[in-house]
Design a protein around this ligand. Structure first.
Ligand code: ATP
Ligand code: MG
Length: 330
């Protein structure tokens, strides 16, 4: 059976971009593949953070993932820092990753531009990501479009390691991205992709009122100044995209007609979107409320996920160190 691995940072709230680009896919794939899903807190510390907040966001992320439908009986859900092999393999991979490949990563350029002082961890972020994936020798990585370039780098690392240390029978597979149809959700600003670190998000656990407060001012087709101006859904970067993701086909068809024909205003369109989003997220909110009242159960799921992950991770690392001439602990 092919193996999948994917990760998410506890760098903020789980948002509809994460959900549509990655997590929804994870839920669908978990019964078809041997699956590992990791809350990558070592990645999250490459941006400024407060320790207490990170701890709380890590638990909240686990709750969001489980409430979205990850089933610990079908997949392994765990926290990166509870499996130290991730950082150990990352160091090894640092010695096989060309600096130029790291410097040209779009995410590094974007995120470093937003930081006052750029730390080496941000540059080396994709090396840790390669370690995350290759520790489980995963073939497939269900991610959003923004991660495709990082995965290309994971393949370079796998290739470099194989060429050097296991040239006859490649030990690491070259992991391929698995994209969803909603691979790039635009943020509420209509400018960048929806991102935890930009704060242009709709959280999947937000209340209906909070979601409305965010949808109401969101940008729409700039040609629609007045209600009587006809619009073009293709030029409405946020609302139409979310309608396509959350609303039934009949509603999407209605949006097309009413927007192009100036039959309703953008607020009417947003109200319709709001009810679709709220209806889609209601079962997730309900499941999350239940899990929030059982923090010990969540911690237990994560701890046994880490135990399971470590079996695989330590076997890989042992084999890697053996081939590289690095003695392992007893
Ligand atoms: P940060 O801003 O801290 O990088 P993020 O919102 O980009 O956070 P990540 O934890 O980096 O979230 O990514 C988790 C998963 O969600 C990845 O598979 C990523 O490709 C996917 N993803 C993130 N943002 C989007 C988006 N706007 N549309 C589709 N997929 C997304
Ligand atoms: Mg990201």
């Amino acid at each position: 059976m092919s193996r999948i691995f994917s990760g998410i940072q506890p760098s903020g709230e789980l948002h509809v971009g994460n959900y549509l680009g990655a997590v929804k896919n994870w839920v669908e794939l978990q019964s078809r593949f041997e699956s590992y899903f990791c809350i990558v807190n070592y990645h999250a510390i490459t941006a400024a953070y407060v320790p207490g907040d990170l701890r709380a966001r890590t638990r909240d992320m686990a709750i969001g993932l489980l409430a979205s439908g990850l089933d610990p009986n079908r997949c392994t859900v765990f926290i990166q820092s509870q499996v130290p092999e991730h950082t150990e393999l990352a160091w090894i991979f640092n010695t096989l990753t060309p600096l130029g490949e790291l410097e040209r990563q779009t995410q590094f350029k974007d995120k470093s531009g937003r930081q006052e002082q750029v730390m080496a961890g941000l540059l080396n972020y994709p090396v840790l990501q390669a370690a995350d994936i290759l520790l489980y020798r995963a073939d497939l990585v269900p991610v959003g479009e923004d991660q495709v370039q990082h995965l290309e780098l994971s393949r370079v690392v796998a290739r470099n390691w194989n060429a050097r240390f296991s040239p006859d029978a490649p030990y690491f597979p070259e992991p391929q991205p698995k994209l969803s149809t909603t691979r790039r959700i635009v943020g509420l600003d209509g400018q960048a992709k929806m991102s935890k670190s930009i704060g242009n998000t709709i959280g999947i656990l937000e209340s209906p009122e909070a979601i409305w407060d965010k949808l109401r001012p969101a940008v729409t087709d700039p040609a629609r100044q007045k209600k009587t101006d006809p619009g073009n859904p293709d030029k409405c970067p946020v609302i139409y995209q979310l309608h396509c993701a959350f609303s039934p086909a009949v509603t999407v068809a209605e949006v097309e007609v009413n927007c192009r024909g100036a039959k309703w205003g953008c607020i009417d369109c947003k109200k319709s979107l709001h009810s679709s989003v709220v209806a889609a997220l209601a079962p997730i909110r309900e499941a999350a409320a239940d899990l929030q009242s059982k923090p010990d159960q969540v911690d237990e799921i994560l701890a046994s996920g880490a135990d399971k992950a470590r079996i695989e991770a330590s076997a890989t690392l042992r084999a890697v160190k053996e081939k590289m001439g690095l003695p392992d602990a007893r």
